[in-house]
Each structure stands twice: as structure tokens, then as C-alpha cells.
Design a protein around this ligand. Structure first.
Ligand code: PGA
Length: 232
């Protein structure tokens, strides 16, 4: 299979973040009402820091979506924050476009895809990658045709995200954009930094193997406009 992935190697996670910001800015300058899905996690933190420092992105008309969200009890003490809270802290102080919280669609996740369709589809998706090859909460075994839906979290993802946090009140389920939702985007950025992501990123995206359900990120090889930005 001939893949058209573009690999960009930078010197550090910080420069990976800066590079991603330039692509996001270019997307919005080209289309002021761009529809963009944003990730959470550790990897994109330098990107959000650089986004907040960038004062000349015209966010006003943009439509800002979430890649995924935990299914949380509506009340009770949490041992961690929702992804909405993360984006409120990292992205929304600077990005004053229209934000679509995924928590509002938990009872009806397919409506999130309907909303994207109504807006003309995703112009850009920004992704991290899990050490098991997941993207968003599309875990190994995910159907490539999957849409935005409720999923149960794998043990390895729970361990990576919650570590040794106290067990009570930890989410067991999440809502995630599906593989087909992600692959329908016009442009995809995948950020992968740190040695722990090197092997899985290369296995999913550098090998000549056909894409496989075992490694959801490997389906990105079938997309026509993916930029992989790494520090390795
Ligand atoms: P991380 O998560 O950026 O916190 O490593 C990425 C992911 O699991 O998708």
C-alpha cells in the first residue's frame, strides 16, 4: 500500500506543539468557520500553551469539537477532571469560537456526528496516540466504520489515564468520535512525543503492513492528508 503520510521530526515536544499551532492557524486562516476536533492528554499540552501565546488566530467563527469525553456521574466527587474541564483550561481561554461539549451528547452520541455533518464535516482533527495504538478512545478491535459512540475503557487505558488514583468514582465508560468520524476529516494531525510513543507510532504508521483493527492508528495510512509530528 502506498501511504501519503507526512512525517515531521522536531527537536522537542515544545517544537512539536509550535508546529501544530502553525497548521491550525493556517487551517483557520483559510477557512474562518473551520470545524476542528481537539484532543486532551499530556501530549498536546505544549500545543495548547503555544496556542494561548498566539494572539493572532481568528477564532471567532470556528466550531470547536471534542475528540472524546468520559461518562461521568452528574454529581459526586471526582478523582480527576473531565476533558471538557481540561479544554476549558487549556484551549477555551483563547479560542472563543463555538464549543460543542461532548458531555451534552452522551445520551445521543450519534447526534455529534449529525452536528458535524450539518456544519459540512470536520476540517481538521488533532490526535494523540495511545501506547496500544488507540486514537481517541477507539481501542484495539475497533471497527473502522465506527461512529461517535459510547465505549468501555480498556484496562491499559484506565491504567495510563488514572494510574494509582483511588478506584472509587473512576469512569468505566467514555464517548468517543468513531474511526469513520475521524477519517472523514479533511486534514489530520497526529502528535506523538516521548520515547514511550516511538515504537507504537512506527508500528502503526511506518510499517508496510496493511491497516488492522488491532492497531486503530494504522487506519490513518488510508487517509490522504495526515501529518505526523514527532520528537523522535
Ligand atoms: P497522552 O494520551 O497524550 O496523555 O499520552 C494520548 C492518548 O492516549 O491518546
Amino acid at each position: 500500500m502506498v501511504s501519503s503520510l507526512k512525517w515531521v521530526k522536531q527537536d522537542s515536544a515544545k517544537v512539536v506543539g509550535n508546529y501544530a499551532v502553525n497548521l491550525i492557524k493556517a487551517c483557520i486562516e483559510k477557512k474562518p468557520d473551520a470545524v476542528i476536533a481537539f484532543p486532551t492528554g499530556k501530549t498536546p499540552l505544549p500545543m495548547y500553551e503555544a496556542l494561548r501565546a498566539c494572539t493572532n488566530i481568528p477564532w471567532e467563527e470556528t466550531h470547536l469539537f471534542q475528540l472524546d469525553e468520559y461518562c461521568l456521574p452528574s454529581s459526586g466527587e471526582m478523582a480527576f477532571e473531565s476533558f471538557h474541564a481540561y479544554l476549558q483550561r487549556e484551549l477555551l481561554p483563547v479560542a472563543n469560537g463555538q464549543f460543542y461539549p461532548l458531555s451534552s451528547y452522551i445520551q445521543n452520541p450519534q447526534q455529534y456526528d449529525a452536528e458535524l455533518k450539518r456544519l459540512g464535516g470536520l476540517d481538521m482533527v488533532i490526535l494523540g496516540i495511545g501506547t496500544n495504538g488507540h486514537i481517541a478512545f477507539n481501542e484495539p478491535g475497533t471497527d473502522v466504520d465506527s461512529q461517535t459512540r459510547c465505549v468501555s475503557l480498556s484496562e491499559s487505558t484506565r491504567l495510563a489515564n488514572f494510574g494509582d488514583a483511588p478506584g472509587a468514582n473512576l469512569p468505566t465508560h467514555a464517548v468517543t468520535m468513531g474511526m469513520s468520524t475521524i477519517l472523514s476529516a479533511k486534514e489530520i494531525l497526529l502528535l506523538a512525543t516521548g520515547t514511550s510513543k516511538k515504537e507504537i507510532t512506527e508500528r502503526c504508521l511506518r510499517s508496510t503492513d496493511s491497516p488492522s483493527h488491532q492497531y486503530p492508528a494504522s487506519w490513518l495510512k488510508t487517509h490522504h492528508h495526515v501529518t505526523i509530528i514527532t520528537d523522535f
